[in-house]
Design a protein around this ligand. Structure first.
Ligand code: NAD
Ligand code: DAU
Length: 332
């Protein structure tokens, strides 16, 4: 099996590459990644070059993606612009990579008749009420609210249309918030772990009441592999591990696990259009494909993640000042 992973030098993509490398020793993996500010070749350090090869390339570049797809048997498409705050400041890269890039990937798999798994997000369904117990399922209506989520929704629609019209062999998954090693320090968990490690107070947007449903990136990876191998073509699968927390609980747990006063954080300006709550019902994935997460104890997963950022300061230090300077401009 020759698998092509777009965006495989990013956070979840590299966790997926490492997972497949370990679980499918006879597979050959090719990563195509543009290495934007969010991609880092170090995320693939230590992998044997005879089993993993890297192409520095843009999924929007038609000949480059066509060739990479033609040289593989199956494609898992992670490449995207992913940070909501960035999408509010400058939406164009999101339209370009998430919509046009996905179009290029689809045309390439159509041309060489390859299997595609498209990675999407729960944010395409909008948000849920803070007091409701409702969860997103495969039947939830699309209702994206940020430039980021609207471009991811657009990419999902393209994938379904290419399946329906041209018979492209595709599956889609919509996952909740991931955490774990190799996540860029702009995102809430690594940002605030590295804030504490550098003597900056953790930052909570608004009143800290917004809720997210956390899943470890390794569990996301095992779910994607299960769908790739046993999912039904044309189907969508929700991925989530029942890890719902509000942001204040999250920051206080990080502070506590790092031996700090749980109230030593500060509230900052809220994100415009901030989605209130996401929660996933992954019953279809669990029952039809027999998937179950390994990281069922969030505190334990968080503890390991804190340890990873503590042990790998060389990995994130070069980006810390620039990341915080960007936030300072936004008042966050
Ligand atoms: P990330 O920002 O850490 O990594 C994205 C990767 O894509 C980077 O390596 C970047 O260099 C690469 N990339 C960007 N534009 C590219 C282009 N035009 N051509 C080639 N490569 C390009 O993102 P992530 O958090 O790992 O997310 C990966 C995927 O998972 C995305 O599709 C995202 O929408 C989805 N997702 C993320 C989460 C989450 O919590 N992070 C949850 C659900 C779904
Ligand atoms: O739900 C899946 C999505 O999760 C993915 O599709 C996105 O790619 C990913 O970035 C993530 O989006 P969020 O907007 O939920 O993630 P972020 O880490 O930016 O913020 C998580 C929550 O924490 C959100 O409610 C905003 C808040 N926040 C964020 C930062 C950076 C804070 O309170 N403080 C912070 O410092």
């Amino acid at each position: 099996m020759r698998i092509l992973v777009t965006g495989g030098a990013g956070f979840i993509g590299s966790n997926f590459v490492r997972y497949v490398y370990k679980e499918r020793p006879d597979w050959h993996i090719t990563v195509i990644d543009k290495l934007t500010y969010a991609g880092n070749l170090k995320n693939l350090d230590g992998l044997d070059e005879s089993r993993v090869n890297f192409i520095k390339g843009d999924i929007c570049d038609e000949p480059a993606i066509e060739q990479a797809v033609a040289d593989s048997d199956t494609v898992v498409h992670f490449a995207a612009e992913t940070h909501v705050d960035n999408s509010i400041q400058g939406p164009w890269p999101f339209v370009e990579t998430n919509v046009i890039g996905t179009y290029r990937v689809l045309e390439a798999v159509r041309k060489s008749d390859k299997r595609l798994h498209h990675i999407s997000t729960d944010e395409v369904y909008g948000d849920l009420g803070l007091d409701s117990s409702e969860k997103f399922s495969e039947k939830s209506p699309y209702d994206p609210r940020s430039p980021y989520s609207s471009t991811k929704a657009g990419s999902d629609h393209l994938v379904r249309a290419w399946g329906h019209t041209y018979g492209v062999k595709a599956t889609i998954s919509n996952c909740s918030n991931n955490y774990g090693p190799y996540q860029h320090i702009e995102k809430v968990i690594p940002r605030n772990i590295t804030n504490i490690l550098t003597g900056i107070k953790p930052k909570l947007y608004g009143e800290g009441k917004n809720r997210r449903d956390w899943i470890h990136a390794e569990d996301h990876s095992s779910a994607v592999l299960a769908i790739l191998e046993n999912g039904k073509l044309g189907e969508t699968y929700m991925i989530g591990a029942d890890g719902e927390k509000d942001n204040k609980q999250l920051i206080q747990t990080i502070l506590e696990l790092m031996g700090k006063d749980p109230n030593d954080f500060e509230f900052v300006k809220d994100r415009p259009g901030h989605d209130l709550r996401y929660a996933i019902d992954a019953a279809k994935l669990r029952t039809e494909l027999g998937w179950a997460p390994k990281y069922t104890d969030f505190r334990e997963g968080l503890k390991q993640t804190i340890q990873w950022y503590t042990d790998n300061q060389d990995w994130w230090q070069p980006q810390k000042d620039e990341t915080e300077a960007k936030y300072k401009e936004l008042g966050r």
